[in-house]
Design a protein around this ligand. Structure first.
Ligand code: C5P
Length: 411
């Protein structure tokens, strides 16, 4: 049994600011998501926001009285803007309207929420803005200037996404979904152990076609590799994910290349490898493929019995990357999915593949599951990462990789 992971925002004190847009209805859900993730959520609303959702709704969901006015006399010292911004680990404004972003860009302080943004200690209390507006408003050059200005002043802009808008139009300007904003906050608070590094990850099974309707594959779900890609991106890396055939969402900020067969994965990885500092091969690549792919479906033939398929060996992607000349070679991490004698097999693989780190796991105890247990095998010895959900393990693995990486980024 794995222990349930600690809520990801446990102990974080957040100001959730709402400015006046229809996406305020999603902010109610966001408050709930943040509280569920363990954060203390102090809601601050503008006059406009109060037209869209009530303070009562936000108070009920956040469990704290909402503050909406600079002149609120409930604060004993009548300085809500100082108290709230000194207590917060971050201010997240969702939705951030075009007008609100304009006011932040100008450093205005004529309502409590914008006043809070100006009054916060900039280096200690980050500001995250989730824009929400009509596509024409988002595309307006004034909005573009204001967004560039708030970014230059250190604010983090989350989204916006493209899609259907409340006004009936379609385009850029939709606020990110509450779960996406929550995940962006979780990522924001992760230590940036791989800042400036480029990480290449393979994930999932491969599919080796026999004919147009059949093929050889395996039980790999891709969950571990996707978690590694997400954890590396959260740690500040620039991540490329080469994924076998799985139906998992791409982690935010990750560049994804979809492939099916081992040969396609090989063709995708080899040209990418020299541009990356780290290569994590989590994919369960098929060792063999049918030597010939039948153009048409192989038919049952009662007289000749079952067909025989000749197999041929697939390229070993990890071993090839590990053999690249030093100037082109990323720091390589291999995975070993074994059914027994994990450490011995992992250590053999370390030698055979010529890589600095092998991560061993037991195949039947990981494939398709949401949790796993890992043992890291390198020249120094073994490090166990006990059973946990795959994202927790991936974050621990990223920390172990960051600790072992040679200093400096390759050119
Ligand atoms: O070769 P073996 O399956 O024992 O080693 C597993 C490790 O090698 C994994 O990291 C896997 O992603 C990688 N591998 C590869 N190309 C193959 C076979 C395995 O990159 N053809």
């Amino acid at each position: 049994m794995s222990t349930p992971p600690a809520p990801e925002l446990a102990g974080r004190r957040l100001v959730l600011g709402l400015s006046g847009g229809i996406a305020c209805y999603k902010a109610a859900d966001l408050a709930r998501e943040l509280v569920k993730a363990g954060a203390t959520v102090q809601v601050v609303m503008t006059e406009g926001a109060l037209q869209f959702v009530t303070a009562l709704t936000m108070q009920a969901l956040s469990g704290r009285p909402v503050v909406a006015s600079t002149w609120d006399l409930r604060e004993p010292n009548a300085m809500a803007h100082i108290n709230l911004s000194r207590e917060a680990d971050a201010i997240v404004v969702a939705p951030a309207t075009a007008d609100f972003i304009a006011r932040v860009a100008q450093g205005r302080a004529d309502d409590l929420l914008s006043l809070l943004c100006v009054a916060r200690p900039v280096e200690r209390c980050p500001l995250l803005l989730a824009p929400a507006m009509n596509r024409e408003m988002w595309a307006h050059p004034a909005t573009g200037r204001n967004v560039a200005q708030v970014r230059a002043d250190g604010a983090v802009v989350l989204g916006p996404a493209a899609g259907d808008q409340a006004c009936g139009e379609t385009g850029d300007g939709r606020m990110l979904e509450p779960a996406e904003i929550r995940d962006a906050l979780v990522a924001f608070f992760q230590p940036k152990l791989l800042a400036g590094r480029r990480v290449l990850v393979t994930a999932g099974p491969t599919f080796e076609a026999i004919d147009p309707v059949r093929g050889i594959t395996n039980h790999s779900s891709g969950k571990m590799g996707f978690a590694v890609a997400r954890a590396a991106a959260e740690a500040g890396a620039d991540v490329t994910l080469v994924a076998g055939p799985v139906h998992l969402p791409t982690p935010p900020g990750v560049r994804r290349i979809d492939v099916a067969s081992a040969c396609q994965m090989h063709a995708a990885v080899l040209p990418e490898a020299p541009r990356h500092d780290v290569f994590v091969a989590t994919a369960a690549v098929a060792d063999w493929r049918p030597a010939h792919v039948n153009e048409h479906k192989v038919k049952k033939d009662g007289r000749r019995g079952a067909p025989l398929f000749e197999l041929t060996e697939n390229p070993d992607i990890l071993a090839e990357v590990a053999r690249l000349p030093a100037a082109e070679r990323p720091w390589c991490v291999g995975f070993a999915a074994e059914s027994e004698d994990l450490v011995r097999h992992s250590r053999e693989k370390l030698q055979r593949k010529g890589v600095p780190l092998i991560v061993g796991n037991l195949g039947p105890a990981t494939f398709g599951r949401d949790d796993n247990a890992l043992v890291l095998v390198d020249a120094e010895g073994e490090t166990e990462l006990p059973r946990a959900d795959k994202l927790t393990l991936a974050r621990a693995l990223v920390a172990e990789i960051a600790r072992r990486l040679p200093d400096g980024v390759r050119a």
